[in-house]
Design a protein around this ligand. Structure first.
Ligand SMILES: Nc1ncnc2c1ncn2[C@@H]1O[C@H](COP(=O)(O)OP(=O)(O)OP(=O)(O)O)[C@@H](O)[C@H]1O
Ligand SMILES: [Mg+2]
Length: 268
């Protein structure tokens, strides 16, 4: 693919340390709220086939960074590129269509539909199949095939005929993930995907995220450092809106400043 070679030649998109190609990057990202700077000078490289964690204490600016990347918030300064294309001024919906999707942003689940129906509805969006429904069964069959594939990918195939409302909390979140995957994202943003889950569900969701990242990039905010250590290839630590450290978990977790600022309290 010529496009890929071109992108790799650009500064800031060269893979380092064996990771995949950089698919999402930002440079000098900043966001002010009045006189308060919530995000400052943030550089990020998110790579294909990697799980990248964004961590940091409460109020560090993690969710604001997500809002900036998905264009829900305009940046005060800085640039954002998605697969080599400058998206700094691109609309949120266009960015989502280009493949940068935040879970629970577009996909909502419908409690009174079955699990399979929920995934089917989500699948109709990217493919534009809604308008083709009248063409008959073959389209429906294809949708069902892909929907079942997605349900298998996340381990919900046995729940296909249950109402979404009747799923456990953990499996509801997994269904939301499946409806997000139906949009076929190239870069998936997850803000605390395991929040509120019991130990067992955390393991299940971690395994799903690992699998999902085989063919996509995942950027996730996660407070559970054991999950970060086990699951994430790269870690960026934010503190008061700025990057404090970045690297693999072993490097970041032994950084004195990180230990003092963030981990020292919980994981000293
Ligand atoms: N719309 C806003 N207006 C003013 N201040 C804001 C706004 N959104 C966020 N902030 C402030 O920016 C800072 C960063 O908030 P943000 O929600 O990004 O933190 P976070 O790292 O996601 O925290 P948490 O771990 O608690 O989710 C906080 O001080 C917050 O109060
Ligand atoms: Mg947050």
């Amino acid at each position: 693919m010529a496009g890929v070679a071109e992108r790799i030649d650009r500064p800031g998109t060269v893979p380092a340390g064996g990771g995949g190609e950089v698919v999402l990057a930002c440079r000098g990202l900043r966001r002010d709220f009045g006189g308060f700077t919530a995000v400052k000078d943030v550089d990020l490289d998110v790579r294909h086939a990697e799980v990248h964690a964004l961590i940091g204490p409460n109020g560090a600016g993690k969710t604001t960074v997500f809002n900036l990347l998905t264009k829900f918030l305009a940046s005060t300064a800085g640039t954002i590129t998605l697969m080599g294309e400058d998206i700094t001024k691109t609309s949120p919906s266009k960015v989502a269509r280009m493949g940068l999707v935040r879970s629970f942003q577009i996909s909502a689940t419908f409690p009174h539909m079955t699990v399979l129906e929920n995934v089917r509805v989500a699948l109709q969006r990217p493919a534009g199949l809604a308008t083709q429904f009248w063409r008959g069964l073959s389209v429906l069959d294809r949708l069902d095939g892909r929907a079942m594939e997605l349900l298998r990918e996340v381990g919900l195939e046995d729940a296909r005929d249950l109402l979404a409302a009747d799923l456990s909390y953990g499996r509801k979140r997994v269904l939301e993930l499946a409806t997000t995957l139906a949009l076929d994202p190239k870069v998936l943003l997850l803000d605390e995907p395991m929040a509120g889950m019991g130990h067992e569900d955390v393991g299940t969701v971690a395994a799903i995220i690992r699998k999902v990242a085989e063919t996509r990039a995942v950027l996730m905010v996660e407070h559970n450092l054991k999950v970060v250590a086990d699951l994430c290839d790269r870690v960026t630590v934010l503190q008061r809106g700025e990057i404090l450290a970045a690297g693999d978990y072993a490097t970041v977790s032994t950084d004195e400043r990180v230990r003092t600022a963030y981990m020292g309290t919980d994981h000293g």
